[in-house]
Design a protein. Structure first.
Length: 373
């Protein structure tokens, strides 16, 4: 393992979590989930309960207004809610989680029985940029007409849905939640997994009955964690487990083969003309470390982790910000859209994976030391 002291990693985690807490949380939006998971991990890394307390406050605020749902409530941090429930034994959080599950289960299904969360996706929508962002960063993407893409299935939801339902199954013992976890993941795999490359497309359009044809890097991170964090909670005897594990391992091999010499990955994984985007390395460190620790990947992936770890930490500035993270990346069938996406955001899908990666990497390191004692 790369030589970083525990104290240094605690310092980085403190800074990274502190950077994220002022974020304008929308309760909810794409990526909020891993942001809150990162803050929970920050408390475990540092021993400072300010971060978990902050998450608890956000979740209690959501519980109080849950009946007044927001436009993107389907992106809510369900798994983090259950984790907070397990820590606090606050029954209101479990009730909130069950209500959220009922809400998700009521969405309609499309081809492949995939759940449709986004009925009118905007194609080529530019990201929200801070006021200090230069006008030149905005101009190119805004020159492309924004169009209605209609109903779409997105790869991101593999992380929001599968792990949440699977964990809710573990917490409650109710088998309907196990089935919902599988329904959500299997439908997404049917529509989004590219068997030729063993990677995932960003989205599938109900209008065209086709995926968009872009193998978005962070999107593959969402898929990877969605598969892995669902597998963790499924019974060993589950009939779907071998297939999900196969998809995860095939994707892991494909992702590893596309790692740049720098340790990073291109924002479009198979497009060397697209820039190297830094959140992907954090997703990989998190997912691969956890998978090796629990026996779902072999140790042959350790060099991939080490290169990604070194790259990731090399992108963390003195304030704890993971630099080079792309802004919210709305859907497009054009690779150019992804190539032109502005970077350097302080966002949950950058700071969160940085923190979960540190936690997973440390856990792997600790388990390795235990085995050698």
């Amino acid at each position: 393992m790369a030589n970083r002291s525990s104290d240094e990693l605690k310092r980085i985690a403190h800074l990274a979590a502190t950077q994220m807490m002022p974020h304008r949380w929308k309760l909810w939006f794409w990526g909020d989930s891993i942001g809150l998971e990162g803050l929970l991990d920050a408390s475990e890394i540092t021993g400072d309960d300010r971060y978990s307390g902050y998450v608890y406050g956000l979740l209690k605020a959501w519980a109080a207004k849950q009946e007044h749902r927001s436009k993107f409530d389907y992106t809510a941090a369900g798994a983090a809610t259950l984790r907070m429930y397990q820590q606090t034994k606050d029954d209101q959080l479990l009730e909130t989680a069950v209500n959220h599950a009922e809400y998700l289960a009521a969405f309609r299904q499309t081809e492949g029985n995939a759940y449709l969360r986004y009925e009118d996706a905007q194609i080529e929508l530019p990201p929200e940029l801070p006021s200090e962002q230069s006008a030149s960063s905005r101009s190119t993407e805004q020159a492309v007409p924004i169009t209605s893409g209609g109903p779409c299935v997105f790869v991101d939801t593999m992380h929001f849905d599968g792990p949440f339902f699977a964990k809710l199954y573990r917490v409650t013992g109710e088998d309907r939640f196990r089935k919902l976890a599988l329904d959500n993941l299997l439908g997404s795999i049917t529509l989004l997994f590219d068997e030729r490359t063993s990677l995932f497309h960003h989205y599938w359009s109900e209008r065209s009955r086709q995926p968009n044809g872009v193998l978005w890097g962070r999107g593959n991170g969402w898929a990877m964690l969605g598969l892995l964090q669902t597998l963790v909670h499924l019974p060993e005897s589950d009939p779907a487990r071998p297939f999900l594990l196969q998809v995860f391992q095939e994707q892991a091999a494909a992702v590893a083969s596309l790692q740049d010499a720098s340790g990073d990955w291109h924002t479009v994984l198979d497009d060397s003309e697209s820039y190297l985007e830094t959140s992907i390395a954090a997703f990989v460190v998190d997912g691969f470390s956890m998978a090796i620790r629990i026996g779902l990947l072999s140790e042959e992936y350790l060099p991939v982790i080490e290169r990604a770890w070194k790259a990731m930490l090399g992108h963390v500035d003195s304030s704890g910000k993971l630099t080079g993270v792309s802004y919210e990346t709305f859907p497009s069938p054009r690779r150019e859209h992804y190539r032109q996406m502005p970077r350097d955001a302080v966002v949950p899908w950058g700071q969160g994976p940085l923190l979960t990666a540190i936690h997973s990497y440390q856990s792997l390191h600790e388990s390795t030391k235990e085995l050698t004692r």
